[in-house]
Design a protein around this ligand. Structure first.
Ligand SMILES: [Zn+2]
Ligand SMILES: [Zn+2]
Length: 458
């Protein structure tokens, strides 16, 4: 495969940009925009403006059982919940000028569900994934198998409160069998161990290939730390399906875990987009030869999946390693407390954008982005930024002159290169240089604000 020119000539193929699908258990808020969504869109625009072929992928995260829990709490069907919040998410993305080439709604797309289930079956057949007895945790009162929203406790690694999935404190992997003081959220009782035969990925068996992937991948220090603590604690085994009431059906009585679904979808969706006739594992792997780099924009709470589980499944499936980078954000806070959909502590993106200029909103959340540490949305800071943005555009704001403006713009343009992606620097540079270099600064502001390239991504 090394003689394939698409793999050896940088930039000849497609740059794939993946953003985790939003969970339709609520609308998008400004914290979401400040994290992966605006940043990923700016990165795609910057690559396209530089002449790259780009494929952007998102979707709806409909199979999280948080969606089912929200539906149950509201006395409606999960399909109604997905359809209402899916529409609001779409409205917010559109208003923020965020566009995706691939945008799947799993509940509305039977071919997607069939393909995901079919790919897992194939991976079992080629022995990339084993079906074996695994100990899971079930509610001792109602006997449902507990995962994600159905179980809470404390993270075994850092002690923070966590649900099943990953810990928002340290990013570690938490399950009903390893959470300290675990309780089911259905009946508030401790889980009891149950054994089921399920498809399982034993990450320790993929340790060497993962080590190669981690050594070649652009990972921020926070993720290297997570990888280090997972290695020290022993790489876990991850069930890819289990008896459940939510998720894509597989093998009669199991449902595919939503993060396994994501790993499978991230393998097959770009392939199907690049080659409409790509079907089954061999076809997908062949289509992936067109992808010569991939960048994933994500919040730190998804780090375990994108840095460990998904690459492990892709490597096990036979997808060769290729240049990859993870652009990770921390949490954005709202006037001192974490944005929270469930506690309604949020500014909803579709409402905010109905009265605000999307170019200013995108520039502000890029400038204020929590990329290395948590940052805090404060309404007065937004208003001050908006006023400054207006004085820059009407030429009354002070700024750099001559060669200083050129230097600043070069710095700002380079800040959108993905190896050192730093949109805050790009915003500062464009605003500081606008007065003496309006055309070039407007080009940079157009990438940030979502108006350049015109018509990008449909
Ligand atoms: Zn229960
Ligand atoms: Zn933790």
């Amino acid at each position: 495969m090394a003689d394939d020119p698409r793999l050896t000539v940088p930039g000849a193929g497609t740059a794939l940009l993946v953003t985790p699908p939003p969970t339709p258990n609520g609308p998008l808020h400004l914290g979401h925009l400040s994290g992966p969504y605006v940043a990923g869109d700016i990165a795609a625009r910057a690559l396209r403006a530089g002449g790259r072929r780009v494929l952007t992928q998102c979707g709806l995260d409909a199979h999280q059982n948080y969606v089912l829990a929200r539906a149950e709490a509201g006395g409606e069907t999960a399909a109604d919940t997905v359809s209402r919040y899916g529409a609001l998410i779409g409205k917010a993305l559109h208003a923020a000028r965020i566009r995706y080439d691939i945008m799947v709604d799993p509940l509305a797309d039977p071919r997607y569900r069939d393909d995901v289930a079919g790919l897992l079956t194939e991976l079992v057949e080629v022995k990339a994934v084993e079906v074996a007895p695994v100990t899971l945790g079930a509610c001792a009162a109602c006997h449902r198998v507990l995962h994600h929203v159905r179980v809470v406790g404390r993270c075994p690694a850092c002690g923070a409160g966590a649900a099943g999935g990953t810990c928002e404190g340290c990013g570690g992997f938490c399950t009903a069998t390893n959470l300290v003081g675990a309780l089911s959220t259905c009946c508030s009782v401790a889980p009891e161990p149950v054994t089921h035969s399920v498809p399982v990925l034993r990450l320790a068996e993929h340790r060497d290939r993962l080590a190669g992937f981690w050594s070649r991948t652009v990972l921020p220090p926070r993720l290297r730390q997570l990888v280090g603590s997972c290695l020290a604690g022993g790489l876990p085994e991850v069930p890819l399906a289990y008896p459940s009431d939510w998720g894509i059906e597989w093998d009669d009585d199991l449902r595919i875990d939503v993060w396994a679904e994501m790993a499978l979808a991230n393998l097959l969706l770009p392939a199907r987009h690049l080659r409409s006739d790509a079907a089954a594992l061999d076809g997908y792997l062949d289509a992936w030869r067109d992808v010569d780099e991939q960048w994933i924009f994500l919040g730190v709470d998804n780090a375990f999946y994108y840095a460990i589980l998904i690459p492990a499944l892709h490597l096990a499936a036979g997808l060769p390693d290729r240049p990859t980078g993870l652009v990770v954000n921390e949490f954005y806070r709202l006037t001192g407390a974490k944005f929270s959909t469930s506690r309604d502590h949020a500014i909803w993106a579709h409402e905010f954008l109905s009265t605000e200029d999307p170019a200013v909103v995108r520039a502000f959340v890029s400038w204020d982005r929590p990329d290395r540490y948590e940052s805090d949305f404060r309404p007065e800071a937004y208003e001050a930024f908006k006023a400054r943005y207006a004085t820059v555009l009407d030429g009354t704001a002070p700024g750099f002159d001559g060669v200083l403006a050129d230097i600043e713009l070069t710095r700002g343009e380079q800040a959108l290169r993905l190896e050192q992606f730093d949109p805050a620097t790009a915003v500062r540079a464009a605003l500081a240089a606008f007065r003496s270099r309006p055309e070039r600064a407007a080009g940079l502001l157009g990438l940030i604000g979502g108006s350049i390239p015109a018509g990008s991504g449909g």
